[in-house]
Each structure stands twice: as structure tokens, then as C-alpha cells.
Design a protein around this ligand. Sequence first.
Ligand SMILES: Nc1nc2c(ncn2[C@@H]2O[C@H](COP(=O)(O)OP(=O)(O)OP(=O)(O)O)[C@@H](O)[C@H]2O)c(=O)[nH]1
Ligand SMILES: [Mg+2]
Length: 610
Amino acid sequence: MSGLLIALVGNPNCGKTALFNQLTGARQKVANFAGVTVERKEGSFTAPSGRTIKVLDLPGAYSLDALGPDEIITRDVCMGKVAEVGAPDVIVCVADATNLRLNLRFVLEIRKLGRPMVLALNMMDAAHKRGIHIDQDRLQARLGIPVIQTVAIAGGGAKHLIEYIDTQSIEAPKIAGTERDVHLEVRDILNAAVTMPSFTAKIDDQLDGVLLNPVFGLPILALLMFVVFQAVFAWATPLMDGIEGLFGWAADMVRTHMPEGLLQSFIADAMISGVGSVLVFLPQILILFFFILVLEESGYLPRAAFLLDTLMARAGLTGRAFIPLLSSFACAIPGVMATRSIHDIRDRLTTIMIAPLMTCSARLPVYALLIAAFIPERQVWGVLSFQGLVLFGLYIAGILSALIVAWVMKLLRTDKSPAMLLMELPSYRLPNPRNLALGLWERAGIFMRRITGVIFAANTLLWVLATFPRPPANATQPAIDYSFAGMIGHAIEPIFRPIGFTWEICIALIPGMAAREVAVSALGTVYAISGSEDAVANQLQATVAAQWSLATGFSLLAWYIFAPQCLSTLAVIRRETNSWKFVGITAGYLFALAYLASFLTYSVTKLVAG
Ligand SMILES: Nc1nc2c(ncn2[C@@H]2O[C@H](COP(=O)(O)OP(=O)(O)OP(=O)(O)O)[C@@H](O)[C@H]2O)c(=O)[nH]1
Ligand SMILES: [Mg+2]
């Protein structure tokens, strides 16, 4: 039998990606808010009959009257207008069974296309739980298309859908579109086929009463965020000590048991000290993501958007910017891509410009290193970790400066028509442990791939630059001073001297452009090589604390809030805006801010702390 192409379409947040993962065994990101998928994804699986079924996961859309790039992709694929994919044999329209009033409108629009389709009634588990009863036969008869129930997040939850697609020949809908008003038609269908419980969403309302309360809402949000950052420091310490100890021990073993020479230096300095100095931060990253995933899954995050909307509007941002900005806390790259759901081009550009100010997870190793080195580990009011407070402050500093930049952009605008936030709040949901585990696994995977990929490559290159040329026989300085890296570091040091950076930092900033956390591993390598063979050589934090002044440490922290130290982000900005000029403006203003902030921080700290 020949292959088959199916396309998953539907409203945002109805579970298309979850269904895609279920069908193909892939692990695409799902999240309990709209607009997560921004590009079409392709996968395939083998049906019981043995034929290959290709699956397309598309961005969610509310309507086919294309407004934004997402809707255009969806419409064009459905119409078979995208040459590389061809026309899908079956459109699987996914609908959230708990929210049919909204979802059916889109189903009717798809039906008008007159192409073979089935309706996947997803989230049937949630519908049952809420006491929503759906008469499948009547729904099928009214719609004139096959209706199949699915639970995209449960094992085997798409079994019937697979069976149906595999065994039935699916035809175009028997009922084409009538010219009736969509609202009326949806109401008729709902009346005929759906019984709603009388206590709909009572829990949601009660929870919202507290969490969206005009008085308590924002303090609760602040408190939640606060707890998260406390946990990042408090819980991770034992694990981090363990990892650090392990790498320190491994480097020592290599130094004592391997013959001295280049190979020993490469393994101990570049591989173990360099890579280990970043790997240490895995526990903190996972703890942070655990909380973000829980908040995401539970349905709280869109509510946070709602709470912050007034604040965001005052800064001249649209509520739609919330999700791109939120994604940017993981990484600015998906964040910049997610701005596609912002229709207004100026809103979109402003959001792209400030996305790099959201503290991405690659900054965490840098922050954590510097905080551990320069901020005393003490308790505030008996319970709070002072280090956690500082980390919280750094995140806030990023957010505040983003708001200020957006506000300045608003002042520069001529047209000041206000934006309105229209957003659906998803139901609260208990986070699914499997989803959480998958999400964490995915984050750990990304981090490990960065370590074995870009970080390792940058580190190797740096080791070569820091090792050659070798010092002359009568050398008086540490070997690294005679190397290429030493020369480069010394050459650019004058530029950074006013902000207190040492030449070692200057060296580390260059490979740090490849990925922010490389700066940490680069420092690990630089200090290990320039190393004093002393015992602290692989305890980067101790070295840094001993060799840098407080002002230098703070200055580097300030630098990392702003500096666009990430070429991939600049590349994706170029791709999304198609403009080098815009990349130049963004990078330029960020570097300028970074320099200014570091300069002020350095000068003030030096004045105060001497
Ligand atoms: N209870 C329940 N939750 C589900 C089901 N399917 C998906 N979810 C959850 O619904 C949320 C949204 O799922 P996604 O797969 O990201 O939705 P999507 O349609 O791809 O969303 P966009 O990419 O934003 O358009 C996630 O939190 C899923 O875990 C289901 O059958 N039952
Ligand atoms: Mg999706």
C-alpha cells in the first residue's frame, strides 16, 4: 500500500503537538498555552497495515482568514499550496473537547475547504472529568465528517484514530459549507450533541478568584517567582558539590597519572576543567525548568500574562508579547521565533529587540559562578538565601530594562493606538508527571548537546590558542602570556579596562560569543592553563573569588544582563526580520547598554567597596 500524508490542524492549545508526539513517537514541545508551535513539523509512523503515514504538525490558528504567518502556513498546507509537502490526503482537525464552542468554528471553516477530513475530539479525559457529555453519533451526523475521540497525552490515546485512518477510505465531507452564520450553526450543533454540566469550571473560577485577584494576584505571582529562585540555589548545592568534586578528582587523577605534556594539558585543562565548569550547572538549570514546566502545565502562565498586561501595555507592549518573552527565559531563539504570532509589525520588532534581555538559561552558569564567588552565603531574615535574592534581582533587572526599552520605543512611535489583549485562559490542569519528565529530559538533552557540541568545540579552539605558541625557554611569565590567546586578551584589554575586566575575562568573552556559558568553561580553561598548579586550579569559583575584585565581579554580572553574547540569537533575528540593519541596531544598543551598565557598576562598587 502506498503512503499517506495527514495534517494536524486546529486552534492553538488543543493538543496537536501532543497528538503528533503520540502518533510519531517524537518529543516536540507541548505547553498549556497557545502559540507554542511556530513552524510546521514533519514526522511519520508505520500503521498496523504496514503503510507509512506521514504527519504534519501545524501552528494553531483561530481562523483561516489569514492574519499572521501562522494562519498562512496552516491555510496553504490545507489547500495543498505548499509544493514541498503536497496536498494532505487527510486533514485531521483537532478540537479541544472541553471548549467546543470555540473549536467548532474552526472545524466548520476547514470543512468548507471540501477536502477529506476527520475530527479528532481531543482532551476527552478532561471533558469527562468536567462532566461534559458529547454524543459522538449526533456530532458526526451534524458535521458530516467522522468524529474520533482521542486523549493525546495518554498512552494508546490515539489508537482509534490510527485504526480509522489506516482502515477507512476517508472522503470529503458530505455536507459542504452552508451560508449560515457560523455562530448559529455552532449553537445548533452544541444543542444537539453536547450536554454541559451545570457546575462548569467551578474550580477554575474559584482558583481565578484568588490567583487573578486584583489585590493579591500580583503579590502571589511575585511570591511564586521568588520561591523558584530560592529553590534554584537552595536545592542544587549538594548536587553541584558532588559534580564539582567528581571533576576536580578526575582532573587531579589525570595530572598525577599521565605523563606531563600537551595531551595531559588538553585532557585536564580543556576537557575536564573546561567542560566540568559548565556541567556543574545542570542541577540548577533542571530545577529552574522543573518550576517553569509546572507553571506552564498547570495553566498558570497565561494568567501571569493577564496579570502583567496592564504593566506591559504601559510599557507599550502587546499582551501577545508575553509568550515570546516568556520563552526567551529558556532561550531567546524560540522566543524570537514565537513573535510570529504578533500581527502588528512594530509590536513584533519591539518584542524581538527586547527578547535578548530576558535572562536565558545559558546565562545561569555565568550568574551562578559569579554569585557563588562574590555574594556571601548568608540568610536574610533567617529563611531567605541572600544568593537567591541576588539571582532574583538579576532576572528583575533584565525584565525592567526590557520594559524601559519598550517604553522608549513607544515614545519614538508616531502612531500610538493602544493594543488590546484578547486571550483565552486555559483550564487549570494538574501537571502530568510524564510531560514534566519529558520536558526535563529534553532540557537536559539540549544542555548536554551544547556541552558536547558548541562548548566543547569552542573550548578546544581556546585551548589551542592558549597553548601555542609555546613560551620561550627563558620565560618569566605564565605560559599563556606568550600564546595567541594571551596576545588577543592583552590587545583588547584596554577597551575593557574602564569597566574592570581583566585580560583573562577578555579572552573568555570571545569564545563566549558562540554561547554564553562558554565564557565560564573558557575561564576554567584559561585559569587551568595559566595555572598555578595549585589545588584550586579546578575550583574556578575559588580562583575567581581570589583573583578578581568585587567591582570586577559585579561589573561582569551587569555585562551579562545586557550583552548580546550569542551569535545564534543574532542569526535568528536576522532570519526573522530579514534585515541586517535591524540586527545591527539590536546588537549595537545591547552592547552599548552592557558597557554603560558595567561602567557604572564598576565605578560605584569601587567607590563604595574600595
Ligand atoms: N488532559 C489532556 N491534556 C492534553 C491532551 N492533549 C494535550 N493536552 C495538553 O494540552 C496542552 C496543549 O497541548 P499542545 O500539544 O502543546 O497543543 P497545540 O495544539 O500543539 O498548541 P499550539 O502549538 O500552541 O497550537 C499541553 O499542556 C498538553 O499536555 C489530552 O488529551 N488530555
Ligand atoms: Mg503545537
